[in-house]
Design a protein around this ligand. Structure first.
Ligand SMILES: Cc1ncc(COP(=O)(O)O)c(C=O)c1O
Length: 377
């Protein structure tokens, strides 16, 4: 029997059967009570995953739609300091350039954020700061609480992309001082691609711009969410909401602390394998920055072509990700997000290890055994 490919990507990720089946049903009225309950379930669970008690809306659009909604609704015309150390923080910078006076505060990809540069930009009048919590492109977790403190000191709005951390790692949007946080459905939530969610603090509402964008008008989302039954302003992607609700219920059943602990264990096992192979992790961490618990970026060894490595692994039925843009061919990335656990990790690491050997690279040690120690311990 041919199995479906095992997606060990930093999104999309394999979806539990319950999530897939939830979509396979007759259309329902998105202005009816059942849809209202579905939306409310999503909001309840997502609030806990975001660590927020603020307004939260589900948008029909991928993570980038929520990123754009954050900047377009609250940053238009503002000086926006954009912390950049990877592809997705660069995307936030590009969005900010469309709507405001964007000030890049950039560090080389995969290296710590320039918090001194941020302080300077804030002293220079930046009224909004953008940051990616988990930079998926480089496998690095940025210090959200520290950035939040700086924003609060200077009374600037803090927009945090939690697209690959929310639902898989610890996120405390309210206590970190995050004003607008966003997540994507196809990442740690293990739902289908195509939805995102955005939380909005009361402080952010005070800075709502006019005119707001039309389709991504968050004030319109707030108004519709206050209706009985709860609604979205325009026709939502209902089948995806059905699936997201199921994914949220699974998260609730597992419990957020257990889910985060599982993600930490999975990523630790991948890091242990890389260390045993003698392959450096790509990001540079310090006391404030950490390796991602949802995507591990490993340096491709000299003499091995990344495209060969990944295509051979793909032929075994497993997909891992390559590097993006300037990191093409230099790193490969293993996602540890969503519903996966030990069997998928061990299969993936065995495939990587054997393929490295088949391509003529002799790993320093047994990465699968090292990962086993973490997973079994
Ligand atoms: C950190 C981060 N931000 C934003 C995005 C973009 O999200 P989407 O592809 O859902 O629009 C991604 C996607 O990989 C991501 O990892």
């Amino acid at each position: 029997m041919e199995n479906e490919p095992l997606l060990m990507l930093p999104g999309p990720v394999p979806m539990p059967e319950r999530v897939r089946y939830a979509m396979a049903r007759q259309a329902i009225n998105h202005r009816g009570a059942e849809f209202g309950r579905i939306y409310a379930d999503c909001v309840r669970v997502l609030r806990s995953a975001f660590g927020t008690s603020h307004d939260l809306f589900v948008l029909s659009g991928s993570g980038t739609a929520a990123m754009e909604a954050a900047v377009a609704n609250f940053g238009k015309g503002k000086k926006i300091a954009c912390l950049v150390n990877g592809k997705f923080s660069e995307r936030l910078l590009k969005i900010a350039q469309r709507y405001g006076d964007a000030v890049p505060v950039a560090s080389p990809w995969g290296t710590p954020l320039d918090l001194r540069g941020l302080a300077k930009a804030l002293e220079g009048g930046a009224g909004m700061v953008t940051m990616v919590h988990n930079e998926t492109s480089v496998g690095l977790k940025n210090p959200a609480a520290d950035v939040g403190r700086l924003c609060q000191k200077h009374d600037a709005l803090f927009v945090m992309d939690g697209i690959t951390s929310i639902g898989g790692d610890v996120v405390e949007a309210d206590s970190w001082g995050v004003d607008v946080a966003v997540v994507g459905s196809q990442k740690c939530l293990a739902a289908p691609a195509g939805l995102s969610a955005v939380s909005v603090s009361s402080r952010a509402w005070e800075e709502l711009v006019t005119p707001a964008p039309y389709y991504l008008d968050l004030a319109a989302y707030r108004k519709s969410a206050g209706n009985t039954p709860m609604e979205t302003p325009y026709t939502p992607a209902v089948p995806l909401f059905l699936a997201l609700r199921e994914a949220c219920l699974i998260l609730e059943e597992e419990g957020l602390p257990a889910r985060v602990a599982r993600h930490v264990r999975m990523a630790s096992s991948v890091r242990a394998a890389a260390a045993a192979w003698g392959l450096p992790l790509f990001p540079k961490v310090d006391g404030m920055h950490a390796y991602s618990n949802t995507a591990t970026a490993i340096t491709v060894p000299d003499g091995v072509a990344d495209a060969d490595l990944r295509s051979r692994i793909r032929r075994l039925g497993i997909e891992v990700a390559g590097g993006q843009d300037q990191l093409k061919g230099k790193i490969f990335r293993i996602g540890t997000m969503g519903a996966i656990s030990a069997p998928e990790i061990l299969a993936t690491l065995a495939a990587v290890q054997c393929t490295l050997t088949a391509l003529g690279h002799r790993p320093a040690g047994d990465g699968v055994a090292a990962a086993y120690e973490v997973l079994a311990g």
